[in-house]
Design a protein around this ligand. Structure first.
Ligand code: T46
Length: 136
């Protein structure tokens, strides 16, 4: 389902020296940035994630290499291929995610709306489904 896929395109500042991309809080991503982390060196065949967030919003960008992200809102699911530093994907809250097929050079940059909070994670799929139903 394409509605699950919300691309965020960055304005590439390119010249003969190469490229430079800027991400400013609340301007280039639709939230105030409180945290940044990145996932890299992911081993072949590994799938990460298997959780949703109650409130956290994020933008994920494969700033190097590529990976796939399966998104599931409890009703529909789709797989997105991330392979460009020029655009990211916006993940609203309450989306189950599974990241897989990381290339060996993949660096997945994750920009988040809140500090790390384990209580914000739903790590059980059945619990996620019932949480989504409750929220309507
Ligand atoms: C997400 C996807 C895309 C921290 O201590 N602080 C942090 O900010 C993060 C993100 C993680 N951690 C600890 C928690 C675990 O012990 O680092 C370890 C690995 O985290 P996790 O197993 O949650 O990693 P992924 O790749 O399954 O999920 C991560 C994010 O946690 C999650 O919010 O949306 O990337």
């Amino acid at each position: 389902n394409r509605d699950l896929i919300k691309w965020v395109n960055f304005d590439v500042k390119g010249d003969e020296r190469g490229s430079l991309n800027v991400i400013e809080s609340s301007k280039d991503v639709p939230f105030q940035i409180e945290r940044i982390y990145y996932i890299y060196g992911t081993r072949t065949g590994v799938t990460r994630g298997y959780h949703a967030h109650k409130d956290l919003k994020q933008v994920l960008i494969a700033i190097s290499g590529s990976c796939n992200i399966k998104l599931d809102d409890g009703e529909y699911s789709t797989v997105v291929h991330l392979s460009s530093p020029e655009r990211g994907i916006y993940l609203d809250s309450l989306l189950w995610r599974e990241m897989s097929d990381f290339s060996s050079d993949c660096v997945l940059l994750c920009i988040a709306s809140s500090y790390y909070d384990e209580d914000d994670y739903i790590r059980d799929y059945a619990e996620f489904k019932s949480y989504v139903l409750k929220r309507g």
